[in-house]
Ligand binder design. Structure first.
Ligand code: SF4
Length: 61
């Protein structure tokens, strides 16, 4: 699984980095993906981050 953050949509709320810190981190107030591919043990929180992101900026493929 790969996760992608759309930098144009991300508002920098920090939710994904808080809930799934093995995959997302904040850089200059924008979330970036630091683990590609997503580690198996972090797939669930990655999927949850997709659902929880208030602006639907996270996609998985
Ligand atoms: S949850 Fe969405 S808007 Fe918030 S930091 Fe993550 S990608 Fe950006």
């Amino acid at each position: 699984m790969k996760a992608v953050v759309d930098k144009d949509l991300c508002t920098g709320c920090g939710l994904c980095a808080d809930s799934c810190p093995d995959v997302f981190e904040m850089q200059d107030a924008i979330a970036v993906v630091k683990a590609t591919p997503v580690p198996a043990n972090a797939e669930e929180c990655t999927k949850q981050a997709v659902v929880d992101c208030p602006v639907e900026a996270i996609k998985v493929e």
